[in-house]
Design a protein around this ligand. Structure first.
Ligand code: HEM
Length: 592
């Protein structure tokens, strides 16, 4: 090979096709004297590397001397001018490396895996990848429980996953040993590429423990006890009233009305922001961001979550749509983080800010880092609080359509305790045990997060005699805990009575011990969620009749299914909603 061939990318037009291909190295190669040897690497037709020194007079360098210093990822491919650089070739090299990597991982993990909990047997290297359900995983995991027991292990590629099918095992493991079970796995698509990793729900406990504790401390100060929620009761009361009014005027879009009102409650608490009646920019963008997060967390939706190495694929690469999607999600996320925060700062500057999570914390003398933590903690409230309570309240409406006798009983209790001259308030709650039992039953019947959020164990552990390898993902099958016939009689049935003790029967377990998660990751919004769900349900029962639609004399059965994402919602269903009486309508229409 004569002379110095041009470096691809700098002069792509003069590349001698099919003769020699030059790749730029991401890092220059340095010899033992610290001198730079070369910035490029060439491949001859047989793909053998030729390294040309920076000094044109010195002979070519033996690649064996220096190639060990590089790795595949150190090469920056600059041209598609040659067959070697075409996507098919890159794909071939890439696949080879991937298979090698997986094989070594599989070989190493094989022995340890034999001590893990039982589970469906997988295939070499890929493990149980083909067993993993993509729809309603909680049902499949429950069925596996019937075969392999309460603690199951599977492996997806090299990733061990432990599935818990018993509430007591989850409590023993995730609550009692929370010091090692509180991390989250890396979520490559949503967390790393789109940037959600800074939200509390995805924050790593292992590597970002300080940040995690600050988030939790700040949120605890504002929402940590039932008493701390009391100062937001007026917000809940106003929003439930707006909600009822919207439902009475437009009963066909109840889910949208719930979403808007719950969004308004959370934004008021997190940023002191008053939501507009329609097309509110903050609610719209936050809902879009939440939908994107939910999409990114759906198991198996993105290959990059299974093959994290794919994150290095450049955006222009064929099949790299996920990179472009992640970039667009990152933009939505930036808006959701920055816009409401900037709003608070503007209001504070103008002296018109009202009390809120963000404005209260910004009163303190915070440095840039602390301010950033407040900003993300406030956004974490919205992302954690909006969709969850919406799903629970929507499930309540579904239950009332399907179980009219339950509705009548609750209305009778409200009429007896509250009367019909006013709406129920928080002070009535302790005198409304049947309404309280309905709320417990909704939380049990259709849990919002059927598999919670995944935990990750930070150390090797032994639990119930099984080896739980460090870095395993732990999935608590909350749906199964709440539908376990060992704890709940006739679990598919919506039956609030199960929570009311009789002379001969103790109440069944309170779903709150599991439906809000475990250990140091337990939902920090539990008291706010409880307050919202209670008031929305009690006031809806006091003022509305919710029933099946009758069309041409035929009763239309509502759809009674749930969506499959990591947050599960009732699928859209039709129902008939009317004011209970002219007096109830008057209470709803009262001026705010
Ligand atoms: C019915 C309503 C709700 C349910 C059933 C629910 C359930 C859950 C569950 C299961 C988790 C995961 C816990 C774990 O990893 O073990 C969680 C986390 C979380 N929830 Fe809730 N939640 C609800 C409402 C709320 C509300 C109203 C807020 C805030 C205003 C909120 C904020 C959060 C946050 C920030 C996390 C992440 C905590 C962390 O990772 O440390 N949630 N929730």
């Amino acid at each position: 090979m004569a002379g110095n061939p041009p470096i691809l990318g700098s002069e792509p037009g003069v590349v001698p096709r099919d003769k020699v291909y030059t790749l730029l190295l991401r890092m220059p190669l340095i010899d033992s004297n610290g001198d730079e040897i070369t910035r490029s690497l060439q491949l001859n037709q047989e793909c053998n590397p030729i390294l040309t020194s920076l000094d044109p007079l010195s002979p070519p360098i033996d690649p064996l001397d220096v190639l060990v210093m590089t790795s595949f990822s150190d090469f920056l491919f600059l041209s598609d001018a040659s067959p070697l650089l075409r996507p098919s070739f890159l794909f071939f090299i890439f696949s080879g490396i991937l298979v090698g990597y997986l094989f070594v991982g599989w070989f190493r993990s094989r022995k340890k895996h034999s001590l893990c909990p039982p589970g469906p047997s997988g295939v070499p290297i890929l493990g149980n990848i083909f067993h993993m359900p993509t729809e309603a995983s909680w049902i499949t995991f429950s069925r596996w429980g019937e075969i392999w027991g309460d603690i199951i292990s599977v492996r997806v590629l090299q990733q061990p996953i432990i599935i818990l099918n018993s509430a007591s095992i989850a409590t023993e493991m995730l609550n009692k040993k929370s010091a090692i079970y509180s991390d989250r796995p890396t979520m490559m698509m949503g967390g790393e590429l789109a940037g959600w990793k800074n939200m509390l729900a995805l924050t790593r406990y292992n590597t970002h423990g300080d940040r995690f504790r600050k988030y939790r401390r700040y949120i605890h100060r504002v929402l940590g006890t039932p008493a701390s929620i009391e100062k937001y009761y007026h917000v809940e009361e106003e929003e439930t009233l707006r909600f009822l009014r919207r439902v009475v005027r437009d009963p066909d879009d109840v889910q949208q009305h719930i979403r808007k009102s719950i969004g308004a409650v959370v934004l008021k608490i997190s940023h002191g922001y008053n939501v507009q009646d329609s097309n509110d920019p903050f609610v719209d963008i936050a809902d879009r961001a939440n939908a994107q997060l939910s999409c990114s967390l759906a198991p198996g939706a993105y290959l990059v979550d299974l093959f994290p190495i794919l994150r290095h694929v450049p955006e222009w690469f064929p099949f790299a749509n996920f990179k472009r999607t992640a970039a667009s999600w990152a933009n939505t996320l930036n808006d959701v983080i920055d816009l409401p925060f900037d709003f608070v700062k503007r209001e504070m500057f103008a002296g018109t800010a009202v009390h809120s999570f963000t404005s209260d914390l910004l009163q303190e003398d915070l440095d840039f880092n602390e301010e950033n933590i407040v900003k993300w903690a406030a956004a974490s409230l919205y992302s954690g609080g909006a969709d969850t309570s919406v799903s629970t309240i929507h499930s309540f409406f579904l239950a009332m359509v399907l179980y009219p006798e339950v509705q009548k009983k609750a209305q009778a209790e409200i009429d007896r305790v509250v009367g019909n001259d006013r709406l129920p308030t928080y002070s009535d709650r302790e005198n409304l045990p049947y309404v309280e039992a309905i709320i417990s039953e909704v939380l049990r019947w259709k849990p919002v997060a059927p598999l919670g959020l995944p935990h990750r164990v930070m150390k090797d552990d032994v639990h119930a005699g099984y080896h739980i390898p460090k870095d395993s993902i732990i999935i608590a099958n909350i749906w199964q805990f709440l539908h376990d016939p060992r704890s709940y009689h006739d679990p598919e049935e919506f039956n609030p009575e199960r929570f009311l003790p009789t002379g001969t029967r103790a109440p069944e377990p309170d779903p709150r011990t599991v439906c809000f998660g475990f250990g140091r990751r337990t939902c920090p919004g539990i008291h706010l969620a409880e307050a919202s769900v209670y008031l929305f349900c009690a006031r809806a029962l006091a003022t509305l009749n919710i029933s099946k639609i009758v069309e041409n004399g035929v009763v239309v059965e509502p759809v009674c299914e749930s969506t499959s994402g990591f947050l599960s919602h009732p699928k859209p269903f039709r129902c008939n909603i009317t004011p209970r009486s002219p007096k109830a309508l008057g209470l709803v229409e009262v001026a705010l």
